[in-house]
Design a binder for this molecule. Structure first.
Ligand code: IPE
Ligand code: IPE
Ligand code: MG
Length: 254
């Protein structure tokens, strides 16, 4: 696995357009509730926002877009909401994959998929396969994903591959572990966005967000559109990404 340089090992190149945008799509339920609609109506509307933002990101030259769709803690929700979310996921895969494919989008899914029904797992596998050759943008859906799960599964995979490490813990390094993380195929997110007003990570990409720029907006996810995305990117452009250095060092390196 060739992998991307890690922000803690090497200072990444900073561009005007974030190469990787990771989004916690939050606020679907409140979007619906403020309209006296059932929460699931907000989730359905949220799928439309996904469509808009995927296309807008691809047009702006974002190479990787990662969307948090279902966390490892979202099973705690009422069974009815969980099953409606699963149905929406199935419908979206059935309906949207052809267009993703036509638009040159490669689909990836990260998370513990073993918890999903067989039908959903099959649809995910076939969508991944169908879009595997696309190069315009990589869209990753994080489903039954948790940042802690990711670090633990990476450690398990590392130890399975190199059992001798168990007797020599010095061999456990960032470089050894990182290739086993679920998103090793992508650079770390440059820009992290959370809609819906909360300012927390909610167990999203814990390892990979080490040096990401954070952007929070009160907009509910179904209202997040291309303009809102541009606001986030404009804010990102104004950040000074120091990666541990001083401002003066950043200025002379540019
Ligand atoms: C995000 O919206 C979607 C998922 C977590 C699946 P929410 O459903 O969390 O919406 P709020 O936060 O309750 O408004
Ligand atoms: C995070 O949102 C997960 C997704 C958007 C999929 P939540 O709504 O589940 O987060 P908390 O519970 O408010 O932290
Ligand atoms: Mg929420």
């Amino acid at each position: 696995m060739k992998g991307f340089p890690s922000s803690t090992q090497q200072i990444p190149v900073v561009r005007d357009v974030p190469r990787h945008v990771a989004i916690i799509m939050d606020g679907n339920g409140r979007w619906a509730t403020t309209r006296r609609l059932p929460r699931v109506a907000g989730h359905a509307k949220g799928v439309e926002a996904v469509r808009t933002v995927v296309e807008a990101c691809a047009r702006r030259g974002v190479e990787y877009l990662t969307l948090f769709a279902f966390s490892s803690e979202n099973w705690r929700r009422p069974a009815e909401e969980v099953s409606l979310l699963m149905r929406l996921f199935v419908n979206a895969l059935e309906r949207e994959v052809a267009q993703l494919s036509d638009n040159g989008i490669r689909l990836c899914v990260v998370g513990d998929l073993s918890a999903f029904e067989r039908r959903l797992r099959e649809l995910i596998a076939s969508a991944i396969e169908r879009t595997a050759g696309n190069t315009r943008m990589t869209l990753t859906i994080a489903a039954n994903y948790g940042g802690r799960w990711d670090i633990v599964q990476a450690m398990r995979r590392l130890l399975a591959k190199r059992p001798e490490i168990a007797n020599d813990p010095e061999l456990i390094t960032e470089e050894a572990l990182a290739p086993h993380l679920a998103m090793a195929y992508a650079p770390e997110p440059d820009l992290f966005v959370r809609t819906g007003g909360e300012q927390r990570i909610s167990n999203f990409l814990l390892w990979q967000l080490a040096y990401s720029e954070f952007y929070f907006t009160d907009a509910f996810w179904p209202d997040f559109d291309a303009r809102a995305l541009d606001d986030a990117i404009a804010s990102y452009r104004n950040r000074e990404r120091r990666f541990g250095r001083t401002s003066a060092q950043v200025a002379t390196s540019a």
